[in-house]
Design a protein around this ligand. Sequence first.
Ligand code: AMP
Length: 294
Amino acid sequence: MAAASEAAVAGPQFVVGPGEMRRELLAARAAGRRIGFVPTMGALHAGHVSLIDRAAAECDDVAVSVFVNPTQFGPEEDFARYPRNLEADLARLAGHGVRWVFAPSVEAVYPQAHATRIVVAGPALGFEGDLRPGHFTGVATVVCWLFQAVPAHAAYFGAKDWQQTRVVSRMVADLGLPVEVIVCPTEREPDGLALSSRNTYLSPADRQRAVALSQALAEAAGLWLTGAEITPIESAMRATMESAGIGVDYAAVVDSESLGPVTTGAAVALVAGRLGTTRLIDNRLLPPRGAISR
Ligand code: AMP
């Protein structure tokens, strides 16, 4: 790696224009620096920071984008109330070696005549793809746009949004985008709840109940290791969530790459549930264990 970035000392450079962002990145690349990119919607927490720290450890310079992407929210979803606090985000980033914070406007990402969408099938079908129609089209479209504005060597995503990592990886492979997708582990609260910007919506009672999501996943992992079949594992996850008063959207064990039926590869347990007006998702990877029966 090249010498440590001045950002470690001076703090990040704040960039709004995609043209300026791209020029900055290309100049750094031309100077031989390896660039890591962490796309976010802001409301930064320790999960985001873990991606940034990983990028900083593996790259010479790090770019972080903060953009609440309207096209990945459905009409009834929380776009309007999604937490936005750029000042707090910048304070959160301090000392983590970020060189650029890129915060484009909605008009820059989606100019008036905007008419292009990236539609991914395969891993975008089912689960979040079914429950949030258009969500992954919004994600793929904005991530593809961000990869043009921020032409980094590597982009860091959280395993927390497992299906999203499969969708982005599929898009990158299918379109031949010149970026390496790196998936980082999920950061959790001490009781197991996955960190999420949406946890701030939870009432104290719902916050306590929310731990049942990670408990259901731990239960799935335990059963998986004993050789249990998939259907009873899924039922056990559902029962654990329901007994905590969570409205279950899904509780499933699927192939971790295709998100289709488990064959002989690694599997993933996926859960999504509703607590009051808050919807949370979580997942846990399960090791391959040979031929599986349902
Ligand atoms: P978001 O701001 O929710 O779009 O998330 C930005 C990135 O941070 C995505 O790649 C997420 O998967 C990742 N992320 C969110 N929560 C966590 C977490 N608890 N641990 C690790 N990464 C996370």
